[in-house]
Design a protein around this ligand. Structure first.
Ligand SMILES: Cc1cc2nc3c(=O)[nH]c(=O)nc-3n(C[C@H](O)[C@H](O)[C@H](O)COP(=O)(O)O)c2cc1C
Length: 183
């Protein structure tokens, strides 16, 4: 059987964002497993305007084509005002069928592990028929990053997160494989 395609979606687009560092960490660990094709999917690359504000047929088509090529997702989620970023919500709103009947895991960060953003995302994923798995690495801005809240802030995750990261990936692969049979 061919390997599943799993997109690691960077949820933030602001200049100076930390999501690429977190996404690379997930991809490195995931690639070492060798059990799926993992790729970083950067929302910023798709230059999606706010939904409906202007004609964005080309960007929307490119975004939907990328999502359609994926069997499952790992969302890199950062907490913005107790929720997900506006750019992630906008990108979620830009597709429907391309999300449906797929699985997702969440890796979040924030002052309390991005927990509130992650729980908001779970509600949205339900509406998009994305099955979000239980295991959830939640990273602290205070203890999983060096030089917190300075321009030199750098991602240095505690080793304990590896267990949850691998547990989350196990669940995403299991459900992505199962849901592929529905599509
Ligand atoms: C507009 C805004 C709102 C934020 N609100 C919260 C918040 O409610 N809770 C929290 O834990 N962190 C909050 N933060 C801190 C972010 O989680 C932190 O800056 C994180 O690095 C953002 O992800 P990014 O670097 O990938 O953009 C906020 C940051 C911004 C820019």
């Amino acid at each position: 059987m061919s390997k599943l395609n799993i997109g690691i979606i960077l949820g933030s687009t602001r200049q100076g964002r930390l999501s690429p560092q977190v996404g690379e960490w997930v991809k490195n660990i995931a690639d070492q497993r060798g059990d799926a094709n993992y790729e970083i999917v950067d929302i910023a690359d798709y230059k999606l305007p706010l939904l409906g504000e202007e004609d964005a047929t080309e960007q929307a088509t490119a975004w939907n084509t990328k999502l359609a090529s994926l069997d499952g997702f790992v969302f890199i989620v950062q907490e913005y005002n107790h929720s997900i970023s506006a750019s992630l919500k906008n990108a979620l709103d830009y597709a429907r069928e391309a999300w449906n009947d797929k699985a997702a895991g969440i890796v979040s960060y924030g002052s309390v592990g991005g927990a509130r953003a992650a729980e908001h995302l779970r509600g949205i994923l339900g509406e998009l028929s994305v099955a979000d798995v239980r295991v959830h690495p939640a990273l602290s801005l205070f203890t999983d990053f060096e030089n917190p809240f300075t321009p030199e802030m750098a991602f240095k995750p505690a080793d304990l997160h590896l267990v949850n990261l691998n547990g989350m990936l196990d669940q995403v692969l299991a459900w992505s494989g199962a849901l592929k049979t529905l599509r």
